[in-house]
Write a new protein. Structure first.
Length: 121
């Protein structure tokens, strides 16, 4: 008779735990959507690659061509992915170590990221 009570009490405890987990399931919030959003990573990547474009340019003409080409390529690629990217040069172009100020806007259906950066850092 004792063994039967252990089995019955184990079934009751297991049922209670299942009921509690079902009740509290609605209180759990899923934060994994933050990881699935790529906008932050893509925005930082644009900054880094724009900085590399400036640093690797050897002359003023090459710098101007490389920046225009980078902006056109990035905007075309981002539009294919469903994002709107806008990069605006707010200062005159100059070779490093001079700083060039850019305004970068990345717009998607979920977020709108805008930042003004002075490159190279």
């Amino acid at each position: 008779m004792r063994g039967q009570w252990y089995i019955i009490s184990a079934i009751i405890v297991a049922g209670a735990l299942v009921a509690i987990s079902i009740i509290f399931r609605s209180y759990v919030y899923d934060y994994s959507y933050i990881i699935r959003m790529q906008e932050d990573f893509l925005f930082r990547n644009v900054e880094q690659e724009l900085e590399k474009t400036i640093l690797y340019s050897r002359s003023y003409e090459e710098l101007e061509y490389n920046i225009k080409h980078f902006i056109m390529f990035s905007q075309r690629r981002f539009s294919e992915l469903g994002y709107s990217l806008r990069i605006v040069n707010e200062t005159s172009l100059a070779l490093p170590p001079a700083k060039i100020r850019f305004r970068i806007d990345l717009i998607s259906e979920r977020v709108n990221i805008t930042k003004v950066v002075d490159l190279p850092r």
